[in-house]
Unconditional design. Structure first.
Length: 489
């Protein structure tokens, strides 16, 4: 009926003549729930199961193991816990099915699936399911004499005639139950098998763990593979050790993140970026030998709405001023393009403009990265480099690593979304100070370009570097912590 400013409301109940006051936030307490509609109730309080619903469940389509939610003719209150359940089989009569709800795994309940012309259930909207290498899984039935098969998620032994889903190129199998859960968009806590053991994936203890507190009670990152059923893991709260992923039939580890559909975790994507952009090259900026590899240990996402807004405002200005006049923009050919779009999706940002933007790398020291993520790139700390005083970025992890400084063996690189716009490409080997200043002035004063690319790859066979002169054109997205791996170390 009304509410005051102190966190109370007055309510008149349908079955009573009385009116009373109740808390809606007063002292942190909430006496009431919204009951205006099922959809509003679920969307507000139970994670949006209504939006997860697909088509209504009919008895003919009710395959055991299929994931369901309440449907259009639901009349059973909160028997489902406003959540999801699994079809277990046919009901007591035609047109009915039995369901076990996640909130009450000890009991099955029967519901109409066409009986009396009503449909109490709906399928959970299906998602595509793939193996860790993103190959589609196909239905498969285990044939007699084929040998042993186990589900690469839950470890269940598959018997002759069992239905499963398979990726033959990767020798990757899912049992029916794990496939149904994955198709419903659910995390199916899984053991780590050799088929899923990709460098960069996050892991935790698995079903056969017997290494006490060697993991420090937390998660780690897979950093190395052996051919005999072992992998190497670097734990966030502990050291580095090797563990079994099928050796002697034992699985010490489990995946700590979902690996279904297109949502590969950012750690794995950035490891792929590092592996795909490394070179056996060096410049005078390198101190020491060139690493053989760069092992990602941890990834922190940088989120600052005001920085993002200023970046997008700058982007709109550049796109409006240039129209389509970017020429042959190098932004569409940068090495990091292999995973850039998926990283931006994982970060929850708008898609990159392929002819104007790129994901690029900025190597720095652990002490400096704190200033970048708290105060952004500071124009006052720019050094006068090959293209004047600006912010320098690399497309190769090897070049970015030349500027990184290790602390206890750990280095860091800031992965940024960079607005390149129209690029002034310079391929000269030797530049005077005035010529370097001229490159900067082509962007700052003449506004003929939006950035500069120093193409030392063309003239010296080393690297390309990109330079912008306005900090609204470089948006930090991830901080990657990694170790250099050299000579088998």
């Amino acid at each position: 009926l009304n509410r005051d400013d102190q966190g109370w409301v007055s309510v008149k109940w349908d079955g009573s003549r009385e009116t009373n006051s109740y808390r809606v936030g007063q002292e942190g307490a909430y006496d009431l729930l919204v009951a205006s509609s099922y959809e509003h109730l679920v969307e507000t309080l139970y994670g949006g199961q209504a939006s997860a619903a697909g088509g209504k469940v009919t008895a003919a389509e009710a395959t055991p193991g299929t994931r369901v939610v309440r449907g259009p003719d639901w009349t059973c209150g909160l028997q489902d816990g406003a959540g999801r359940g699994t079809i277990k089989g046919p009901g007591p009569t035609d047109g009915w099915v039995k369901v076990k709800w996640d909130n009450n795994p000890r009991e099955c309940f029967s519901y109409r699936a066409g009986g009396d012309g009503n449909y109490d259930l709906a399928f959970v909207a299906a998602q595509a399911v793939s193996c860790p290498a993103h190959h589609d899984l196909v239905p498969f039935a285990k044939a007699p004499g084929e040998g042993s098969n186990t589900c690469d998620q839950c470890g269940k032994e598959l018997a002759n005639g069992d239905q499963m889903y398979r990726c033959s190129p990767c020798d990757y199998d899912l049992c029916l139950d794990c496939h149904h859960r994955a198709a419903a968009g659910e995390d199916v806590g899984s053991r780590l098998s050799a088929a899923v053991a990709l460098p960069g994936v996050r892991v935790c203890r698995g079903p056969d763990w017997h290494w006490d507190d060697q993991d420090g009670g937390g998660e780690g990152v897979l950093i190395g593979l052996d051919s005999d059923g072992w992998v190497e893991v670097n734990w966030e709260k502990a050291g580095t050790n090797k563990y079994r992923v099928g050796q002697s039939g034992k699985y010490d580890l489990a995946l700590a993140q979902r690996f279904f559909g297109d949502q590969v975790c950012s750690e794995a994507l950035l490891q792929r970026m590092f592996d795909g952009t490394k070179k056996r090259k060096s410049t005078i900026d390198r101190s020491g030998e060139v690493p053989d590899a760069f092992a990602v240990l941890r990834v922190d996402q940088v989120e600052n709405p005001s920085w993002h807004e200023s970046y997008m405002t700058r982007k709109r200005q550049v796109l409006r001023s240039r129209g389509r006049g970017f020429g042959s923009s190098p932004s569409s050919s940068v090495l990091t393009k292999i995973v850039a779009d998926q990283l931006i999706t994982n970060a929850g940002q708008d898609a990159l403009s392929t002819d104007a933007e790129a994901m690029l790398l900025h190597g720095t020291s652990p002490s400096s990265v704190a200033g970048i993520v708290s105060s952004r790139f500071d124009p006052d700390r720019c050094k006068f480099g090959l293209a004047g005083k600006g912010f320098y970025f690399a497309e190769s992890v090897t070049k970015a690593d030349e500027y990184a400084r290790a602390s206890n063996g750990v280095c860091c690189i800031v992965v940024c979304r960079v607005l390149l716009g129209r690029v002034n490409v310079c391929g000269d080997m030797l530049l005077t100070r005035d010529q370097r200043q001229g490159l900067e002035d082509s962007v700052r004063k003449e506004s003929a370009y939006d950035s500069v690319m120093m193409d030392r790859e063309r003239c010296r066979g080393t690297f390309r570097e990109f330079v912008v002169y306005h900090n609204a054109q470089c948006l930090p997205v991830f901080v990657v912590w990694y170790r250099r791996r050299t000579g088998g170390s």
